[in-house]
Design a protein around this ligand. Structure first.
Ligand code: HEM
Length: 406
C-alpha cells in the first residue's frame, strides 16, 4: 500500500479532509472531485506517517461500502485523519461486530425516538434561554452564543442530569478540544479523568439505569451483556458519547443558522410549519450541508468500487458530503429543495451498523432551533459577512454575527 495511484485507471489527487483550503472552497472542490473521479486515489496523509487512500465519492459506492462492515472495516480506525489507536480509540465507532453489536445493543435504548421524546420540552427551554441571551446581546455571534452551547447543555442535562450552571468548566474543556488544537494535550486528560471518575461513582452506587451507569458496568461481568471489555474501553465509550454529538451538532446548527440568517422568506415560511414539514426541512438541510463530511475505513479484503479494483489493507475515505450532492441520487443537488422526495436518503448520519447513534437527539436539537429561529421577528446575518468554515472533522461556520430580535 502507499504506491501513488496503484490503479492506472484512477486519477491521483491530493485530497486532504482537513486542508484549510478545502474548507473555504468546499462544495466546488468536492463536486469537481466526484465528477472527475467517482473513485479517486489521494496521495495525502491519513495518519502521522502513512499516506495514500482511496476516496469514494458516489452515493451508490459510499452506501455500499458503509453497509458492508466485513469488507470495509472500522477496527483500524474510522477517522478521516487517523490518530494512534493505542492512545485513544473511539468505541464503538472504531470497532467491528461482534464487539460493535454488543456495545450498540447496550447503548441503543438511550437514543431511540421514544426515549428522547421526553427531552423535547427541556431542549426547547434551553433553546429559548440561549435565544434570549442572543436577543439581549444583539448583534451576537450566533456560533459563540448559541450553536456551540446547545449540544453540550442538552447532552449533560439529558444524560448526566447536570444543569448548564454546573458544567461551565466542562464546556470550557470541550471548547478547548474543538477549537484549540494546541491545547488538546492539556484538555483531553482532564476530560478523561472526569469521565473515569464518573464511571467509578456509578459502579460505587451500583447504578445501571442511566447511560453512564450502563457504560460503567458494560463488559464487567456484573450484567448479562455478553461483553468482555476493559476499563479503558469503557472510558473510551463514555468519551465518544460526550464528544460524538458536539462538533457534529454544532456544525449542523450553524450551517442551518447561516441559511436562515440570509433567507428571510424561507425562515418566515417555517413559522407555522407542522412537524412533518419541519422534519422534511431538517433532512434536506442535512443533505445539503453534510456536517460530517467523511469517514475512514480499511479494506479487510480486495474490493471494487465503480469498476476500480482496490486491495486488502488499503485505506478508504467515505465521502458522505460528495455522496449527498451526487446528481444521480439527488437531482439538482446544489439547490435546497424542501419538496425533494428522497432527501432522507442522505448519508449525513452515515449508514450501516455505525449509523449515528445520536441522530434522533441531533434532529430534535435542530428542529427546536429552527422552530425558535423562525418565530423571531429579526434573525439576520450581518450583510456582506464572509462566512468561514473550520477545517475540522465536522464542518461548520466559525462565526455568525447576527441581529436577533423577538
Ligand atoms: C447533526 C449531528 C450529527 C451528525 C451529522 C453525525 C454524524 C455521524 C456520522 C456520519 C456517523 C458515522 C461515522 C462512521 O460511519 O464512520 C456517526 C456516528 C456516531 N455518532 Fe453521530 N452525528 C451527529 C450527532 C451525534 C450525537 C448528538 C451523538 C451522541 C450524543 C452522536 C454520537 C455518535 C456515535 C456514538 C457514533 C458511532 C456509532 C457507531 O459506531 O455505532 N452523534 N455520527
Amino acid at each position: 500500500m502507499g504506491d501513488p495511484a496503484p490503479d492506472a485507471a484512477a486519477e491521483a489527487v491530493n485530497f486532504s479532509p482537513l486542508d484549510p483550503e478545502l474548507a473555504d472552497d468546499f462544495w466546488p472542490r468536492n463536486n469537481d472531485l466526484r465528477e472527475r473521479c467517482p473513485v479517486a486515489w489521494s496521495t495525502a496523509h491519513w495518519s502521522a506517517d502513512e499516506s495514500g487512500f482511496w476516496v469514494l465519492n458516489k452515493h451508490q459506492d459510499v452506501m455500499a461500502a458503509a453497509t458492508n462492515w466485513s469488507v470495509y472495516s472500522s477496527a483500524d480506525g474510522a477517522s478521516p485523519v487517523q490518530f494512534d489507536l493505542d492512545i485513544m480509540r473511539m468505541v464503538p465507532l472504531e470497532t467491528d461486530p461482534p464487539l460493535h453489536r454488543g456495545v450498540r445493543k447496550a447503548l441503543n435504548k438511550f437514543f431511540t425516538p421514544e426515549a428522547l421524546t421526553q427531552t423535547e420540552p427541556s431542549i426547547r427551554a434551553t433553546v429559548d434561554e440561549l435565544i434570549a441571551r442572543c436577543v439581549e446581546k444583539s448583534p451576537a455571534d450566533f456560533v459563540a452564543e448559541f450553536t456551540s452551547q446547545l449540544p453540550p447543555i442538552v447532552f449533560f442535562e439529558t444524560f448526566l442530569d447536570k444543569k448548564a450552571s454546573e458544567i461551565g468548566w466542562i464546556m470550557e474543556l470541550i471548547d478547548m478540544l474543538l477549537t484549540q488544537p494546541d491545547r488538546v494535550m492539556e484538555a483531553a486528560p482532564q476530560l478523561l479523568m472526569f469521565l473515569s471518575e464518573l464511571l467509578e461513582s456509578r459502579r460505587a452506587e451500583g447504578r445501571t439505569d442511566d447511560l453512564a451507569g450502563t457504560i460503567a458496568h458494560m463488559g464487567t461481568g456484573e450484567v448479562d451483556d455478553g461483553l468482555d471489555l476493559d476499563e479503558r474501553a469503557r472510558v473510551e465509550t463514555m468519551n465518544l458519547m460526550v464528544l460524538g454529538g458536539m462538533e457534529t451538532t454544532m456544525g449542523a446548527l450553524a450551517g442551518i443558522a447561516r441559511t436562515l440568517g440570509t433567507d428571510n422568506e424561507l425562515r418566515v415560511s417555517l413559522r407555522d410549519a407542522d412537524s412533518k414539514t419541519l422534519d422534511r426541512h431538517v433532512e434536506e438541510f442535512l443533505r445539503y450541508d453534510s456536517p460530517v463530511p467523511t469517514a475512514g475505513r480499511t479494506l479487510a479484503q480486495d474490493a471494487e468500487a465503480s469498476g476500480c479494483p482496490m486491495k486488502a489493507g488499503d485505506r478508504i475515505l467515505l465521502n458522505w458530503a460528495a455522496a449527498n450532492r451526487d446528481p444521480e441520487k439527488f437531482p439538482e443537488p446544489d439547490t435546497l429543495n424542501f419538496e425533494r422526495a428522497n432527501a432522507n436518503a442522505h448519508l449525513a448520519f452515515g449508514a450501516g451498523v455505525h449509523r449515528c447513534l445520536g441522530n434522533h437527539l441531533a434532529r430534535r436539537e435542530i428542529r427546536a432551533a429552527v422552530q425558535a429561529i423562525s418565530e423571531l421577528s429579526v434573525f439576520e446575518l450581518e450583510p456582506g459577512y464572509e462566512v468561514k468554515y473550520r477545517p475540522a472533522f465536522a464542518r461548520g461556520p466559525i462565526s455568525l454575527p447576527t441581529k436577533v430580535a423577538y
